[in-house]
Design a protein. Structure first.
Length: 135
């Protein structure tokens, strides 16, 4: 089965703008948003035009740090790629996560979603963090 096949509940979950860090091996990437079944990561476009990840690639034993929480994933898959003003945006689907981490992820998603619904935009501290992270 294709790890990037569409799951209706997950595909229609709202992608909440949220800054976080994604850690895989020795690398740290900037997270852009969270959804029920995955998240998006930013990566600068390489000078030689190569991609950092490829569609369908499996990343194992990685984690994110968001809202003071560290959430571990057994396995995630790179499912889509887009180009933005900041570079490449990779869509990541959560493929395997243990139950306690899944509960933590879903609670964090709900917390971030509630903040976004109340405020409608990134907070001032999130905007400042984005500027500093991009610099």
């Amino acid at each position: 089965m294709n790890p990037c096949s569409v799951d209706l509940e997950q595909s229609y979950s709202f992608r909440v703008p949220c800054l976080f860090s994604f850690h895989h091996k020795e690398e740290v990437l900037k997270g852009l948003n969270l959804g029920i079944g995955g998240f998006a990561l930013a990566y600068p476009i390489a000078d030689d035009g190569t991609f950092h990840f490829y569609r369908g690639q499996t990343l194992k034993n990685c984690y994110i740090q968001v809202e003071g929480e560290t959430i571990y994933f057994s396995k995630v898959n790179v499912c889509w790629l887009d180009i933005s003003d900041d570079g490449l945006v990779y869509g990541i689907k959560i493929s395997s996560i243990i139950a306690p981490e899944k509960e933590k992820y879903e609670a964090t998603y709900e917390k971030v979603l509630a903040h976004y619904r109340e405020n409608g935009v990134l907070s001032i501290s999130e905007r400042e963090a984005l500027k500093n992270f991009s610099s």
